[in-house]
Design a protein around this ligand. Structure first.
Ligand SMILES: [Ca+2]
Ligand SMILES: [Ca+2]
Length: 383
């Protein structure tokens, strides 16, 4: 059993990760240097969890004095508030997307695109923030979430690292995500595929390997915040009612390319008809009715809300709910002891038969300290 497998075995005991993992692209077909710069028929990337980083402590806070003083609405779109039906729209919806329920959200500004490497670099330059993926995991923190008899992994494993997608030539079923996810030392937002990859020339690509705490720190610095799950879904729908995707109901693989996702058989074959194996520059496809790009695909996006699989049950009522802020406590039946946040929108690893993460109602979840190669974010702002 190699080191990576050990890590995953460890991680699997409390982290797991199947969904996001399932959406990762194929490393064998990609020139990394140029980047410088279930289970059964169920969609892995959406059926369970995303893999989760184990261990690192939460990110350091940002000083008020470090806040970006030039906050404005550049690159943002005003979304007029309104009332909509939140939840699953078709038979691909999972149980946590029900009941479909009435929600009203107040108006808000939202980034038109996912946060880019260029934008995140400005934040790091100003604050010297160090992301979780760049920090050595803390065994004392990790073991709190593990069974008492769990042995400490080798020190060689407890290094700054993140999860990258590595495309396998073949897979023995889709249950074992370690066939395509790799715990990669040196992988972080500046090195999306590992230490020998860079983001030079990728300034307009979405930043990845960002944990929830990293995203929150960025938003605070920018004078913004993460969207609630309700705001995110309202925005993704782009003014349409009860439609499956940001663009309507036309299947993702019909007509012109609508998003960066996975074409072909995941994870062994990607025909790349949309032009991108990994991430694409933000805004590479048409926006939705609100002028928002990549609300479907490219990278998953963090929301502010904790994840609880029965949350919709708890707030659904005929008169509706106003500005829901998510559950008070997190609960994922797949990993009950691990607090998680909801992520939305799918990634370049999703496809229609396997994941359909790009449906506007699709919910996914992962732990706050988990950054991955297909996970980023965008911010919102009140008036
Ligand atoms: Ca693609
Ligand atoms: Ca996205």
């Amino acid at each position: 059993m190699n080191r990576i497998r050990k890590i995953f075995v460890l991680a699997a005991s409390f982290l797991i990760a199947s969904n996001l993992l399932a959406q990762i692209p194929n490393a064998n077909n990609i020139n990394i240097d140029t980047f410088s710069g279930s289970r059964q028929k169920k969609p892995i990337c959406c059926e369970s969890n995303l893999p989760k980083r184990f261990g690192a402590k939460a990110g350091k806070g940002i000083n008020q004095s470090e806040k970006n003083k030039t906050t404005n609405h550049d690159g943002m779109v005003w979304v007029q508030g309104g009332t909509f039906m939140m939840g699953g729209d078709n038979n691909q919806a999972s149980s946590d997307e029900y009941p479909k329920h009435k929600v009203t959200v107040s108006g808000f500004w939202i980034d038109a695109t996912e946060v880019t490497n260029e934008q995140f670099a400005a934040f790091v330059n100003a604050t010297h923030y160090i992301t979780i993926a760049e920090r050595k995991p803390d065994w004392n923190e990790i073991k709190k979430q593990l069974p008492p008899d769990t042995p400490k992994p080798d020190d060689s494993v407890l290094v700054a690292a993140s999860l990258i997608f590595r495309q396998p030539k073949e897979v023995a079923g889709l249950n074992d995500y370690t066939q395509w996810w790799e715990w990669k030392p040196g992988a972080d937002w500046k090195h999306p595929h590992g230490p020998n990859s860079y983001i030079v020339g990728k300034e307009k690509y979405p930043v990845v390997h960002i944990a929830w705490t990293d995203a929150v720190a960025y938003c605070k610095w920018a004078g913004k915040r993460l969207p609630t799950e309700a705001e995110w879904e309202f925005a993704a729908r782009g003014g349409l009612q009860n439609n499956i995707y940001p663009w309507g109901n036309e299947p993702v693989n019909v007509g012109k390319q609508k998003a960066n996702y996975w074409q072909g058989e995941f994870p062994t074959k990607n025909t790349v008809e949309d032009g991108f194996f990994y991430t694409a520059p933000v805004g590479s496809y048409a926006p939705n009715g609100y002028g928002l790009y990549d609300m479907a695909g490219n990278v998953w996006e963090w929301t502010a809300d904790l994840y609880n699989n029965t949350y919709y049950d708890s707030i659904a009522k005929p008169e509706g709910v106003i500005n829901p802020q998510g559950p008070q406590t997190s609960y994922d039946p797949d990993e009950p002891t691990i607090p998680k946040r909801t992520i939305r929108g799918g990634s370049f690893l999703c496809n229609d038969s396997y994941c359909s993460g790009f449906r506007v109602a699709r919910r996914m979840k992962t732990s706050e300290d988990s950054g991955m190669e297909h996970l980023g974010f965008r911010c919102v702002q009140d008036k």
